[in-house]
Write a protein that binds this ligand. Structure first.
Ligand code: KIV
Ligand code: ZN
Length: 525
């Protein structure tokens, strides 16, 4: 393949794969994974640091919140191309154009369904009308930016002749990236090979654009299909951190990137991803969304580099290559993750935070996190990197909150109802209340409700451990629901009930932000 001249990337080496991250769009739109503006900004900064080439920051027409976050990311995040998604309607495209305008390099990504099933039942459009919409949408998008991506939704189930006509129309209208999604996760690797080979060999102009692959994981084949598409000429991979996304998710960034790096010998492709940053961003996403990856998840799961059986341990001691195909360090696992104890000072703590990737933490957050670290070191025998990450993320999430946790005393046990005495700071004012309940968590949540009355109902409560051992920090998630809106909150502490209170307050604060956005008058509880 020859080099491709692209408006955002210049002359693109034929062996370089563009990493298009859609964690903040396809990932964020799946149930339970919604993020607020601050969280999206943090993820976007982290993705830029990781070396992602394109960030799909959201779907600006979908809501005012989506528009605001795409615009904020476009204004603040330097490095990657910032992209907004749009259907083919002019209103969608203009909204996306407006949202990405502040970015140094920007992209509009417009799509329409092309499969017989989608055209007939979803769009209720004839193929010729779809073809016209392709030309019109790409033409309009090109009036706002030189970098335009066009996607054939349900592309893998589209008739090859019609797909080729649509792709040709999009290229003629000025698309610079052509994406063929396996929207429903139905394709097999050989389908991908056929689709991309077909486009490259029969569509005039295909050699001038970047071909892109976007795979859903309904059959667990998203990464395999991604690699098959690359082998057949795709040079952009659409993927998400931890593989989050609609239904079973999207191709996971960490798996696709590490497959390319580890099997360079066969795949022969490079990416711009700084792979030692992978684990950190995976954990950041888990902290923000409250969903940990499963222990056996490739690359970032707790067991991904654990060797339990005697035979494996023996082999590892003799030569790490016996059972490890990549080093744990290459994706961010550190060998010795034992950190400081209670005698460590603020300077050492700041150094540790820098090493863990928190270069930009503000002084107030540093002071609060340091105070909590000292407190943790007093209570917990061993403080691991994971503990510090959980604690600092917890602190950063709490910035600018109206309701803040101050203290909690709980009486619980097998004799009689549990009792919680809670102190909160609400809009800068200290308030205290006690409540009884069916167990300590129930009593604590009732005390929160009595200090800050609200209608939201508890939709989910879950508890996990940050590290191992009985003195491990608990990481809790609380989901609140009010008037059809759902928000998730997270908390971390060695005391499970304190972690639960923190998670509840985090969710409640997020709900207040949502309420304020939709109805500025309803700011009080
Ligand atoms: O899965 C899909 O088809 C998509 C498109 C909008 C690119 O997410
Ligand atoms: Zn998708």
């Amino acid at each position: 393949m020859a080099a491709i001249d692209h408006p955002s990337f210049g002359s693109l080496d034929p062996n370089r794969v563009i990493i298009f991250d859609t964690t903040l769009r396809d990932g964020e739109q799946s149930p339970g994974f919604s993020m607020n503006l601050d969280e999206k900004l943090r993820m976007a900064e982290a993705l830029a640091e990781l070396g992602a080439d394109v960030l799909e920051a959201g779907f600006p027409i979908a809501s005012a919140g989506d528009f605001d976050s795409v615009r904020a990311i476009a204004a603040a995040v330097k490095g990657p191309v910032i992209c907004g998604l749009a259907r083919s309607a002019p209103g969608d495209i203009l909204r996306a154009a407006e949202a990405v305008r502040p970015a140094e390099r920007r992209r509009i990504h417009t799509f329409i369904s092309t499969s017989p099933l989608h055209m007939k039942h979803k769009l209720r459009m004839e193929p010729d009308a779809v073809l016209e919409a392709v030309t019109a949408s790409v033409t309009l998008a090109r009036q706002h930016t030189d970098d335009v991506e066009w996607s054939a939704e349900d592309g893998s189930r589209t008739e090859p002749d019609f797909l080729a006509r649509c792709v040709e129309a999009a290229i003629k209208a000025g698309a610079t990236t052509i994406n063929i999604p396996d929207t429903v996760g139905y394709a097999l690797p050989e389908d991908m090979a056929r689709i991309f080979t077909d486009i490259r060999t029969r569509v005039p102009g295909a050699e001038r654009v970047i071909l892109s692959t976007h795979n859903h994981n309904d059959l667990g084949l998203a990464v395999a299909n991604t690699l098959a598409a690359i082998a057949a000429g795709a040079r952009q991979v659409e993927c998400t951190i931890n593989g989050i996304g609609e239904r079973a998710g999207n191709a996971s960034l960490e798996e696709a990137v590490m497959a390319m790096r580890t099997r360079q010998d066969r795949i022969g492709m490079a990416t711009g991803i700084h792979t030692p940053g992978i684990l950190r961003i995976s954990k950041l996403l888990a902290t923000i969304t409250g969903f940990d990856v499963q222990p056996n998840k490739a690359i970032v799961g707790r067991n991904a580099f654990a060797h339990e059986s005697g035979i494996h341990q023996d082999g590892m001691l003799k030569h790490a290559g016996t059972y490890e195909i990549m080093t744990p360090e290459s994706v961010g696992w550190t060998k010795t993750n034992l950190v400081m104890g209670k005698h460590s000072g603020r300077a050492a703590f700041r150094d540790k935070l820098r090493a863990l990737g928190y270069g930009e933490i503000g002084d107030n957050q540093l002071n609060d996190a340091f105070r909590r670290f000292k407190d943790l070191a007093d209570r917990k025998k061993t403080v691991y990197d994971e503990d510090i990450v959980a604690l600092v993320d917890d602190e950063v999430m709490r910035d600018h909150q109206r309701i803040r946790f101050v203290s909690l005393d709980v009486h619980a046990g097998s004799r009689g109802p549990a009792r919680a005495e809670l102190e909160l700071e609400i809009d800068g004012e200290l308030r205290q209340a006690g409540a009884s309940g069916d167990g300590p968590v129930d009593a604590t949540f009732k005390a929160i409700r009595s200090l800050f009355p609200h209608e939201a109902t508890l939709a989910l409560f879950s508890v996990g451990a940050v590290t191992e051992g009985t003195d491990a920090q608990a990481r809790t998630t609380v989901r609140l629901e009010e008037g059809g809106k759902m928000v998730d909150g997270q908390g971390a502490d060695t005391d499970t009930i304190v972690a639960s209170a923190r998670a509840y307050l985090h969710a409640l604060n997020k709900l207040l932000v949502k309420r304020a956005r939709t109805a500025p008058a309803a700011m009080s509880a």
